[in-house]
Design a protein around this ligand. Structure first.
Ligand SMILES: *Cc1c(COP(=O)(O)O)cnc(C)c1O
Ligand SMILES: [Zn+2]
Length: 416
């Protein structure tokens, strides 16, 4: 059933059969899945897709599985919601939120990439899987490995948020806490992948993993009525998601499923870890690694694997990279919650705050439709906001106590 043909090196174009390979053997560049688009074009219609169940597998011909998906049956097809109140607050005309804060099963966009990677791991015959993670990938691999009956080893930086630690261990995965930053964890994980016959999601399964990110792009286009947005703002860690949304849009154009419009890509990072947005501002795809220091831990990759391609995507589209401080991230989380009723994690705060900054500086036109990728759930990073909210003292269960404390608020609320 597969329309995937082979792996192809992004630099030297050498091809490999579809196997668990980490990088090109000649030049160490990333490998990418290549498809037979001609056959997809003749076999599949846009209306076939629209008639399928609302999950990421409705685009299965554009994903690299040989057989049926084995995990993630309810992953993807998250809501794309208009955000008029946020738009008003930012002085923009038309904003949409792609809400992966409610993606199944672990409440971040990482469930998409893991659903592909673990389905592929099962096809390759792996019994043990693993990953290095800044948090959300850990949760997604642990949960989906449990559902698939796979053994999982999850490598994380020791200073990860406690919610993300708990939401890894609860699934029975082996948690390997490493005292070091993500880049050091990732290096260790690559050594493990060379020594043990395991499927490491973001090492030897990375070319399959990253294909899962494309589904966010297909969905945005379909949910806009098979149209591409004028602008999209995407948070960046390793730089894979933004690169793959671009690939998704290009594929849809190639298949004739959308009009050939151009989308400007805006890449969002935290100032405390901004190697990609910094390079984009300088106008070069050469990434200078950084030592991360930010509350946006899910984005804290100082030496991003796909940073080079992320900058090329941004600059090639006429978009921009931007970053925001931890203060601005918290303000972004609260603004989204207060205007649209969506509680996102720190990465979503980065997206909202960067959008605000880009509109203010007129890098992003307030008159054009813009999609914001909200990629994770606020309940996973509560410490980012818990200290900033008012401490509420209890009252006795008496109307008099309520009125004494709240009468001004209550009469104000009653009069509107
Ligand atoms: C991993 C992650 C990203 C960025 O993903 P990359 O593909 O590594 O750039 C964005 N948002 C959240 C919440 C994430 O966990
Ligand atoms: Zn190569």
């Amino acid at each position: 059933m597969s329309y995937a043909q082979h792996l192809k090196c992004r630099e030297c174009a050498r091809t490999y059969e579809l196997a668990p390979l980490a990088a090109c053997e000649d030049c160490w560049a990333p490998l990418e899945v290549a498809y037979d688009y001609g056959r997809i074009w003749s076999d599949v219609r846009r209306d076939d897709i629209a008639a399928r169940p609302p999950n990421m597998w409705r685009y299965r011909e554009l994903l690299p599985l040989d057989g049926e998906p084995r995990v993630g049956h309810h992953t993807g097809f998250t809501p794309l919601v208009p955000a008029p109140r946020l738009a008003r607050a930012l002085g923009a005309r038309e904003l949409y939120l792609k809400n992966d804060a409610v993606n199944h099963p672990t409440l971040s966009f990482k469930d998409r990439v893991v659903a592909v990677a673990l389905s592929k791991a099962l096809e390759f015959g792996f019994e043990t899987v693993g990953c290095s993670s800044t948090g959300n990938l850990a949760n997604a691999v642990a949960a989906q490995a449990a559902a698939a009956g796979l053994t999982a080893f999850i490598f994380v930086p020791a200073d990860l948020e406690s919610e993300k630690i708990i939401a890894t261990q609860v699934y029975g995965a082996t948690l390997v806490k490493v005292s070091g930053n993500y880049d050091q964890v990732n290096r260790l994980c690559s050594e493990v992948a060379q020594k043990y016959p395991w499927g490491i999601v973001n090492v030897n399964l990375r070319s399959y993993y990253s294909e899962g990110s494309k589904t966010l792009g297909y969905e945005v286009a379909e949910q806009l009525g098979w149209r591409l947005p004028r602008n999209i703002v995407v948070p960046m860690a390793g730089g894979s998601l933004i690169t793959k949304i671009n690939k998704a849009f290009e594929e849809l154009k190639k298949l004739g499923w959308v009009e050939p419009a151009t989308t400007k890509f805006f890449g969002a990072q935290a100032t405390g870890c901004s190697p990609i947005s910094t390079a984009a501002k300088k106008g070069t795809p050469e990434i200078e690694p950084q030592k991360p220091s930010t509350i946006a831990k899910s984005l804290a990759i100082g030496n991003p694997a796909d940073g080079f391609y992320a900058v090329k995507t941004i600059l090639g589209s006429g978009g921009a990279g931007e970053d925001v401080t931890d203060e601005e991230i918290v303000a972004g989380i609260r603004l989204l919650a207060e205007t649209e009723g969506i509680f996102t994690e720190t990465a979503g705060g980065v997206t909202v705050a960067v959008t605000q900054k880009l509109i203010r500086r007129r890098f992003l036109s307030p008159d054009e439709a813009t999609v914001l990728a909200i990629t994770g759930n606020g309940l996973k990073t509560v410490a980012a906001v818990s200290g900033r909210l008012e401490e509420v003292a209890a009252i006795r269960p008496k109307l008099a106590d309520f009125e004494e404390r709240y009468v001004q608020l209550a009469t104000a609320a009653a009069s509107v």
